[in-house]
Design a protein around this ligand. Sequence first.
Ligand SMILES: Cc1cc2nc3c(=O)[nH]c(=O)nc-3n(C[C@H](O)[C@H](O)[C@H](O)COP(=O)(O)OP(=O)(O)OC[C@H]3O[C@@H](n4cnc5c(N)ncnc54)[C@H](O)[C@@H]3O)c2cc1C
Length: 445
Amino acid sequence: MTRAELQAAITGRVLEPGDDAYDAARAVWNAMIDRRPRVIVQCADAADVATAVRFAGEHDLEVGVRCGGHGIVGHAVADGGLMIDLRPMGAVAVDPVERRARVQGGALLGALDRAAQAHGLATTAGNVSHTGVGGLTLGGGMGWLARQHGLSCDNVISFEVVTAEGETLRVDAASHPDLFWALRGGGGNFGVVTEFEFALHPEPGRVISAEFRYPVAEAGAPMRRWRDASDAAPRQATWTAAIVEQVVSLGLVWVGDPDDGADVISRLADELGEAAEPDARVVEPMSYLQLQTREDDIEGHAWRRYWKGHYFSELHDDVIDALLARDDAYVPNVSLQAYGGAIADVLDGATAFSRRDAAFEFVAAARWQDPAEDQDRIAAARRCAGTMDRFANGAYVNVLGDDGDRGIRLAYSEEKLARLTDVKDAYDPGNLFHLNQNIRPSTAR
Ligand SMILES: Cc1cc2nc3c(=O)[nH]c(=O)nc-3n(C[C@H](O)[C@H](O)[C@H](O)COP(=O)(O)OP(=O)(O)OC[C@H]3O[C@@H](n4cnc5c(N)ncnc54)[C@H](O)[C@@H]3O)c2cc1C
């Protein structure tokens, strides 16, 4: 099949180097990624995806799959290969009676949040609205509703998937249950998801964000109090902390009844105040949609980016001390977000997503503009995360970077990896979908 034949066979658009829209189409969130696919197929529907998959197979092209383009290592952009660009498939249809959303495989979180909210509904989605539903959900999907309703992947009722053979399958608990299990946490290894069907929940309306800020040198005692108070946190509260340069913010995000939230925040303020008075308190009521977009600018495109993450099953005093040791040049920003609640209610074996016993997710994230700083910034982020290695209990697959097989073993136990390999053998034995955090088929192990 030639380019003209491929274009004639699809509803969407084929792009190649030299085409006007080509450079914009290959750009992703992390400005460090500068790869040049031989062909970009902007797919309009599942049939286009199936045609693109078959074309890649026939021409022996590596396949990258792009939804929101937020994968940190840019796997979506196949250098010299074929990029399946799902962005034209960004629609969301809500059934308010059944409380379900049908979400196309290229949709962004903001489209899902807005469409559900129009009916007073919501489901777990991540914290930045320009992230893709595709990559986020297939790896797990952590967000402010997760402690109440589970991860994004826990809310998926069914998937429509185009396999490596170019076949379109409807996948749910009864139909292809092995694939249904693997798609909830196993990433983009098993096919291209062209539609997600999500369960929706009553939308929370008003939410509250609370932050208490300390200079890093004075944050040790309040941070221990903040950690201790997290044990009794109701599910509506997600404990969060951030260290930006030399300022530590300790707090929570409350999604639920505002009066109950105000009580929880006031108790936390008292606890922290007994340890040390903060330099600043920022308690902001806002709408759920405001919460879901408030980091959109700070987490915007066109920056060079690098990050490393860990899960912690406990925040020992030693972890806190290590977090607060900030004397390195180019030290990255650090964040902590609490897990638990409904995330931990799901049995570990029920989905491919792993490490449900995590208490906190840690991310050390660097952003900068000048390519001359690349090596220093990356090295500093690695050093910062490296000091936390010995406390870590695995890592979130969606936060893995250039970690290869070691990363896969951080994300999944041996048992999970064996089961994921069986599913890979069944649905993609030739490893067509390998530009991802790759579960290799047994023949390639
Ligand atoms: C600013 C920012 C905020 C974030 N916030 C959160 C958060 O709050 N919670 C959280 O859990 N994670 C969060 N993440 C991590 C995020 O889940 C991952 O970066 C994820 O890979 C992004 O998915 P994407 O579709 O945007 O990226 P892409 O780069 O488009 O996709 C990443 C990979 O996912 C696969 N993929 C994507 N869509 C499909 C599909 N439809 N079918 C098959 N495979 C597919 C492909 O393998 C692709 O390489 C955040 C990331 C960023 C950059």
